[in-house]
Ligand binder design. Structure first.
Ligand code: SF4
Ligand code: SF4
Length: 220
């Protein structure tokens, strides 16, 4: 999931500038889970905007505003309120914000109310978000016992530890486990320590050159 953090209201108001009539779009998936774009948060930002002389023409929470069909569906369901707005405020990641812009036929201004932080897994408590994948385009999990060195090693080392770990903790942050100690221990438990000898070539950064695109079946 994509983790987001709400921007301070002062920053949101500054971005909105003279835009007066606002339609708010949340996100029922990632942003709702990290409490930036669900019903409660949309109600809060609505109150904040109205307290600052904005008119909220309406709001919608697509399951995933980053998916065109869902954004369009909610535009259609809320046509009157959407038509009345002179700008959108999107409480989601940057993907949702750009999807709203790309799918608004009238190309009205779209403002984003959140900062997009990182791709994370959510722990069993529902409150802990942990970065575990940087979407590098060349996954090495199969030979690192399922532990990502790109995100979990402070230096992103692919071929073993830097040598600075102390009692299993990272030299960059003593409160964090050294990723390579975790990888070693896990490989040992699996009886696969030989995987450590599999040298990983330098990363092919062309696989992560932007913007990345995949079009299934060759058609947009
Ligand atoms: S190696 Fe890490 S960053 Fe790269 S794709 Fe795999 S999990 Fe993601
Ligand atoms: S101590 Fe471990 S996690 Fe920290 S930078 Fe070195 S190898 Fe990476």
């Amino acid at each position: 999931m994509i983790v987001t953090k709400k921007k301070p209201i002062e920053e949101i108001l500054k971005a909105l500038g003279p835009a007066r009539k606002i339609f708010i779009i949340g996100c029922g998936d990632c942003a709702a889970t990290c409490k930036t774009g669900g019903e409660k948060e949309i109600a809060e930002i609505k109150t904040e905007l109205e307290a600052n002389e904005k008119i909220v023409t309406g709001w919608a929470i697509p399951d995933s505003p980053c998916i065109a069909s869902q954004t369009k569906l909610h535009f259609a369901k809320n046509k009157k309120a959407v038509d009345e707005a002179d700008a959108f405020l999107v409480m989601s990641c940057g993907l949702g914000g750009q999807s709203v812009f790309e799918n608004d036929r009238n190309k009205r201004p779209v403002y984003i109310g959140c900062d997009t932080m990182f791709g994370a897994i959510l722990d069993a408590t529902g409150a802990g978000f942990f970065e575990r994948c940087a979407m590098c385009g060349e996954c090495v999990l199969n030979i690192t016992a399922g532990i990502c060195p790109v995100t979990r090693c402070a230096k992103g080392l692919l071929n073993g530890p830097c040598g600075g770990a102390n009692k299993g903790k990272c030299e960059v942050d003593k409160d964090r486990d050294c990723a390579w100690v975790l990888i070693y221990n896990r490989l040992k438990d699996l009886g696969r320590l030989d995987d450590l000898k599999k040298i990983k070539p330098a990363k092919d950064h062309s696989k992560a050159s932007r913007p990345r695109e995949i079009v299934l079946g060759g058609q947009a």
